[in-house]
Design a protein around this ligand. Sequence first.
Ligand code: RM4
Ligand code: MN
Ligand code: MN
Length: 399
Amino acid sequence: MTRTDLHRAREALNSFVVETPSWGFADTGTRFGKFFQDAAAIDFGDKVADAGHVHALTGCCPTVAVHVLWDFKAGEDPKAAARLARRHGVKIGAINPNLFQDQAYKWGSFGNNDPKVRAAALQHCVDSVALGQAVGSEYLSLWFADGTNYPGQGSIRGRKHAFEESLRALHAALGPKQTMLVEYKPFEPAFYATDIADWGMALLLAKKAGPRAKVLVDTGHHYSGQNIEQIVAWLLDEDMLGGFHFNDRRYADDDLTLGSIDPYQIFRVFHEIHAFAADRRRWPKIAYMIDQCHNEKGKIEATIQTVVMAQELYAKAALVDHQALRRAQAKNQVVDAELLLKKAFFTDVAPALADWRRANSLPADPLVAHRRSGYERVAAADRRRRRQELGLTRGGSFA
Ligand code: RM4
Ligand code: MN
Ligand code: MN
């Protein structure tokens, strides 16, 4: 790395934080089964302890996203949860309402044709807004499982209108410092027509909802071959990119470790963000979040691996020479332009990461430090015992 490269990469790392998901530390699985891991988090206390441990080792994960029904018990004081998180060195980040688990949502939540179910779904979201205010969270992160499975099953336009109405009502309930993120997903669990199936639909709905509604891009929620960085560039240009859910995919919504399949894809996404910042001379406000569930890898190891990969790719993307790129683009020098991206992508940013970690009194290699720390062994022994006491010893299955 040149001196300029080192400087650029370090600057980039200084401003990069990524949020871990509480559910990524717990025993989650595939639709067909769940394989318990001794060290997996059992309750919210375990989840924030794990998130705090990841932050202590990586120095760039100060917040943890929560899923309302999985992390909060009815009647519980949310401020107590925020205090617990803080004791472990992290803050509560995005609040994710749950609009898919309850039996009432068989025919959808915001898109349901029963106004009573729509009202209950909206109320749950409004309660989640209040919860967010109580814990000082900036983001309400919305994902809807809504849609239909067969042609003719529902009115596509009718459902669109229902979404417009509820999202507008929800936007009106936001506090002045809150932003709502609208996530899209092409299919699953609805296999014929998901109500918010792509970024165009999410964009339209967010625009209609109000100025503090933005689009959330889950990297796994795209068809194979879709150009995600182009979507990102368009959303940035419209000031409508609110955040990311990071994961990687090979086929569909696989929730694999970020960069495990195609690291260049994530680099290109980061490049669009750096290029936007270079052109506009301002950094867009983006919530970088992880959305991964690991069934085979250790939860903490996979999370650390993800965070380190995100830092590496973000630092690499910071190395693109934007002036040279603009010149090459102006002269249609295709090869030179492409090579500028490739050069940055293939630069070894290890020295910059080492520097940055040293400057922040962090371990040189967070994964190695985690393995040496004994955290997992202690957590496994403690949680194995508690799981036995609670009778949580049987694996879940599909039927
Ligand atoms: C979805 C989507 C959401 C997540 C749920 C559990 O596929 O990615 O973000 O909250 O899964
Ligand atoms: Mn997601
Ligand atoms: Mn997903």
